[in-house]
Design a protein around this ligand. Structure first.
Ligand code: ZN
Length: 155
């Protein structure tokens, strides 16, 4: 596949998730935990909700509004980590972080359709858009604080 074919194909994946979001809409249940993050520089506003049974993410939902990169990235993330272990999800998060910041050595196979966001590494202002869902999931899984001064957590 030529470079431009690949770009075209990646764009189609991104628009498909934007137009037909997967796992969208939150559930009102005590077995779920939710994190709400905002990326004020772009206006992205995202909630990620997970249900953990033991070590497995048995369900993951999202709700929010924002640019196509933010929303489609969250949609792809939910598809990729659903029914996976916490450890597998952490591996996906760290590999995505390498890819989206333009570093080498990430595993394309475990990123699933998120590989379509590869080009965002060349668009620094959009990196936070693509990463917002991952930051929220990381916060849910590791209970870690948001280590990014530009991203706000809504309590
Ligand atoms: Zn955005």
């Amino acid at each position: 596949m030529s470079y431009s074919d690949k770009e075209q194909w990646y764009r189609q994946i991104i628009m498909d998730h934007y137009n037909l979001p997967r796992n969208k809409g939150l559930v009102d249940s005590e077995s779920y935990t939710t994190v709400h993050l905002k990326n004020p520089s772009c206006g992205d506003d995202l909630k990620i909700q997970i249900e953990l049974v033991g070590d497995i993410i048995t369900d993951i939902r999202y709700e929010g509004s924002g640019c196509a990169i933010c929303c489609s990235s969250a949609s792809m993330l939910t598809e990729n980590v659903k029914n996976k272990s916490v450890q597998a999800a952490e591996k996906i998060i760290s590999n995505f972080s390498l890819m989206i910041t333009g570093q080498l050595g990430y595993d394309e196979d475990i990123l699933g359709e998120a590989i379509s966001l590869q080009g965002v590494a060349h668009l620094p202002p959009r990196i936070k858009c693509a990463t917002l869902g991952y930051k929220a999931l990381e916060r849910l899984l590791l209970k870690s604080n948001i280590d990014d001064e530009d991203i706000q957590e809504v309590k």
